[in-house]
Design a protein around this ligand. Structure first.
Ligand SMILES: NC(=O)c1ccc[n+]([C@@H]2O[C@H](COP(=O)([O-])OP(=O)(O)OC[C@H]3O[C@@H](n4cnc5c(N)ncnc54)[C@H](OP(=O)(O)O)[C@@H]3O)[C@@H](O)[C@H]2O)c1
Length: 327
């Protein structure tokens, strides 16, 4: 079968990127996957994907090392820039916030984009986040947030949302760079990503689900969760890559559900796990009105659709069980 094209996926061994690699290989793309440890056990799943032996080439690259990125990107038509630190807890140390989070996210993204310009890449898909959209206290109350809404960097700092700051900083720098250089950059901003894991290590968003099943919390904040399936995120990346008319940002979200509803749904399918013990207590987040959610209308107009939440939850739990993480 003829090669569909050649795409570099950064951070290929991660949760989202592994599904992007799998999808690209299934559609006959040749994939340059960047990983920090090509020989590490945590990246072994990549080599087992269908068509990986012929069409997946792994490169050792670090986001703050320009030459390693350029060597991985050279010869490709497009780049999916997925790699970024995703901590599972808050980052209290001010030095660590800069060195481990903000610099790899923002300076790392600029390195990727510069390497793309030098390599003559046709289009870059940058995986941003709903975290770069939603933290904006000035957004009109009750109005659905679309792609024109940006998280407020000062507000992220004031509320210790360092991951949100890192993604907002990186995405805004990416578009500034695109404007100045003429590089074609399109971003996709997924909300909380659930779904089956291909990788053997636990990523932060899957941990949210594992904790709900296992931790036996005494109580739980009834936060509003906007979720999307990892397989639908991968489809979104390929869709915006292939649609010539795609431009700017695309919010990628499917289901809006409060933590309590999520627990009830899980319990109705899997009654026997160690769910939060007491009735879920309300919190300030309960006050988030439904109309204030993010909208994926722009992405849907491009042809994107998503699967039912139940399918995502069942496939997630089955994958977590299979990995032996609920024992
Ligand atoms: N999961 C979600 O709910 C969610 C929601 C919205 C947006 N996103 C975005 O989606 C992307 C992937 O997230 P994920 O959930 O798949 O997380 P993940 O499984 O933790 O993947 C992150 C990847 O980034 C790589 N990485 C981190 N720092 C790096 C550095 N300095 N140099 C090179 N590679 C580096 C990691 O490589 P190592 O394996 O070597 O550490 C890993 O492959 C991120 O950009 C994240 O912000 C995720």
């Amino acid at each position: 079968m003829a090669e569909a094209g050649r795409i570099c996926v950064t951070g290929a061994g991660g949760f989202v990127a592994s599904w992007a690699v799998k999808l690209l290989l299934s559609q006959n793309y040749v994939v340059h996957g960047t990983v920090r440890g090509p020989g590490d056990e945590k990246n072994a799943h990549l080599k087992k994907l269908d068509k990986a032996p012929e069409n997946l080439k792994l490169f050792k690259a670090e986001l703050l090392d320009y030459d390693s990125l350029f060597a991985s990107i050279k010869g490709c038509d497009g780049v999916f820039h997925v790699a970024s630190p995703v901590p599972s807890t808050s980052v209290p140390n001010p030095e660590a916030r800069i060195v481990e989070l903000i610099q790899p996210a923002a300076n790392g993204t600029l390195n990727v984009l510069k390497a793309c310009s030098e390599a003559g890449i046709k289009r870059v898909i940058y995986v941003s986040s709903g975290a770069a959209v939603s933290l904006n206290p000035s957004w009109p109350k009750g109005q659905v947030k679309d792609e024109s809404c940006w998280s407020d960097k000062d507000y992220c700092r004031a509320t210790n949302n360092w991951y949100c700051l890192s993604k907002t900083e990186a995405e805004s720098k990416a578009f500034e760079y695109a404007k100045g250089s003429g590089l074609d950059v399109v971003s996709v901003c997924p909300t909380l990503v659930f779904g089956p894991m291909l990788q053997s290590t636990i990523n932060s968003s899957s941990l949210v689900l594992i904790k709900l099943l296992k931790e036996g919390y005494t109580s739980l904040e009834n936060k509003l969760r906007m979720t999307v399936d990892v397989r639908d995120v991968a489809e979104a990346l390929l869709l915006v890559y292939n649609k010539p008319e795609a431009e700017g940002r695309y919010i990628c979200t499917a289901h809006m559900v409060k933590a309590q509803e999520l627990v009830e749904k899980l319990k109705s399918i899997y009654p026997d796990y160690n769910y939060p013990k007491r009735q879920v207590i309300p919190s300030a987040f309960t006050e988030v009105r439904d109309e204030e959610h993010l909208s994926s209308e722009k992405l849907q107009r491009l042809g994107w659709s998503y699967r039912p939440l139940e399918e995502t939850l069942v496939d997630s739990v089955e994958s977590i069980k299979e990995a032996g993480l609920l024992n």
